[in-house]
Design a protein around this ligand. Structure first.
Ligand code: ADP
Ligand code: GLC
Length: 472
């Protein structure tokens, strides 16, 4: 039912560099798409604004010119309807249209990324000035400099999806980005995120535990003091996932659909996955990893444990792309341990769903994790997570054994490694392996994790409430 309260006429400009399925690099794309769609369902009028990377068709398109300073160059907005996203605005500025939003063919950042996203941010400001919304919602550093240019901005929310990326650029930008540039000065350079964090009315980190991490020197990537200074303006709201897309009951990519009540149907997916991965089909627990291969995700923390898989025992299937040296190392390890390790190099949404549906366990050894969507996707498909105790993993995966020893024995959802140290990861993998070989206890845990509401419904209401609060 539509909410016809205060939100009925509320208009929000929601700006993001990624949006599923139009331009996807990581979780930002899924989060921006999931949240904006749910806000629209709640009756919020969301103007979705993203860069025009080229090759994107809209239905009933109109083109308008934005009024921007000369350094930006020609800035146009193509507005129309995208078949999957709905109403969408694509901002075109010089240098934006590229084969990948951020990276060249060798996987290096485009040398002019600073220029591209300062121009994009300036164009967002012009878009807002032309028709001021009730709320401006910015996401990550790519959009942060919009607030440098706005002299009387609407109430503004900035979401931090990943503080590790800040887009720091040279000091020369301070002279051009706008009247509020002083807030963007950062150790002699220009930091598109620092200014946004100073000027926003509310800052949302994508999980409550991430708030506690980014306000410490260890987890703050240099911005912890700035974040602490914002006090109650910084809040944590856990992301959701699109539970219509991530639905094992009617996903056509699975060899056998199932839900929490028909768990006995699930093993057909396991058999198919083992075959696809070239691993033996027996009772040895099967764990999977689906990830970008980057330092953050900690796959290199698992590689020293690969020779021990036979002893745990456990088999592991990894799907991932990114760091070439790590990928080469994984290929080498497969050659040495073909019975226990499989590695598919790439980004493959169909295979990712099959891995969540077929694996007994899902490993996520992240060094840090602002929220993490894959552990929720895995749980929705009945794969039990084994995680490190960081960021959103703390909020979404209470440890099963610790819960059973507490006064909330059924609160557990997975197995938590105390740290990313090999011995701690190994201990969590051992505990997890033991649990999944006990069929009755495994089924009870699977039912529990599959029936948690992982959707955007509650998180979107929290954002909506925040917007309403800022309007007062
Ligand atoms: P991050 O954004 O830090 O990479 P998240 O867990 O928030 O991590 O989101 C990652 C998203 O990308 C999820 O939707 C996940 O399913 C998807 N994904 C990551 N790696 C792969 C891959 N190799 N193949 C297919 N999908 C992937
Ligand atoms: C970033 C973070 C990830 C989070 C995603 C969506 O990519 O790395 O943890 O889930 O943004 O907010």
């Amino acid at each position: 039912m539509r909410d016809i309260g205060q939100t009925a006429l509320m208009r929000v400009v929601f700006a993001t560099a990624e949006l599923s399925p139009v331009a996807t690099v990581g979780g930002l794309a899924a989060a921006a798409a999931g949240l904006s769609a749910e806000l629209r369902r709640l009756g919020v009028n969301v103007d979705l604004v993203m860069p025009d990377y080229g090759g994107i068709s809209l239905i009933d398109e109109t083109v308008t010119t934005l009024d921007v300073p000369a350094w930006v160059g020609a800035a146009l907005v193509r507005s129309g309807r995208h078949p999957e996203v709905g109403p969408l605005h694509l901002i075109s500025v010089p240098g934006m249209a590229r084969s990948h939003p951020y990276l060249d063919a060798d996987g290096r950042g485009w040398v002019d990324n600073d220029e591209r996203f300062f121009r994009f941010s300036r164009a967002i400001a012009a878009f807002v000035e032309a028709d001021p919304p009730d709320i401006l919602h910015l996401n990550d550093w790519h959009t942060g400099a919009a607030l440098a240019a706005l002299e009387s901005p609407p109430p503004t929310v900035v979401s931090i999806h990943n503080l590790a990326y800040q887009g720091v650029a040279g000091p020369e930008w301070l002279d051009v980005i706008g009247p509020n540039a002083e807030h963007y000065e950062w150790w002699g350079d220009t930091n598109p995120l620092s200014g946004a964090l100073a000027l926003a009315d509310r800052i949302v980190a994508v999980s409550p535990h991430y708030v506690t991490e980014i306000t410490t020197p260890e987890g703050g990537f240099g911005l912890d003091a700035a974040l602490r200074a914002r006090g109650d303006a910084l809040v944590g709201i856990l992301n959701g996932i699109d539970t219509d897309v991530w639905n094992p009951a009617d996903n056509p990519l699975l060899v056998q659909n199932f839900d929490a009540k028909t768990l006995t149907q699930r093993p057909a997916n396991r058999t198919a996955l083992l075959e696809r991965l070239g691993l033996p089909d027996d009772d040895v627990p099967l764990a999977t990893i689906v990830t970008r291969l980057t330092h953050q995700k900690g796959v290199d923390l698992i590689t020293p444990l690969i020779p021990l898989l036979a002893d745990i025992p456990m088999r592991l299937g990894i799907l991932g792309s990114g760091d070439a040296a790590l990928a080469a190392e994984l290929h080498r390890l497969v050659a040495a341990h073909p019975e226990h390790l499989a590695f598919v190099e790439g980004y493959d949404e169909a295979l990712s769903q099959q891995m969540f549906a077929g694996g007994d366990l899902f490993l996520m050894p992240s060094r840090f994790e602002p929220c993490g969507l894959t552990q929720m996707q895995a749980m929705r498909y009945g794969a039990i997570p084994v995680v490190t105790a960081v960021g959103g993993l703390v909020d979404t995966v209470p440890d099963v054994d610790a819960a059973e020893r507490s006064d909330r024995p059924t609160a557990g959802r997975g197995f938590v490694a105390r740290s990313g140290e090999p011995t701690d990861l190994l201990a969590a993998m051992f505990r997890a392996g033991r649990r999944v070989t006990d069929r009755r206890r495994r089924a009870a845990l699977q039912k529990r994790i599959m029936t948690v509401d992982w959707s955007w419904r509650e998180p979107a209401k929290r954002y909506r409430d925040l917007y309403v609060e800022l309007q007062r």
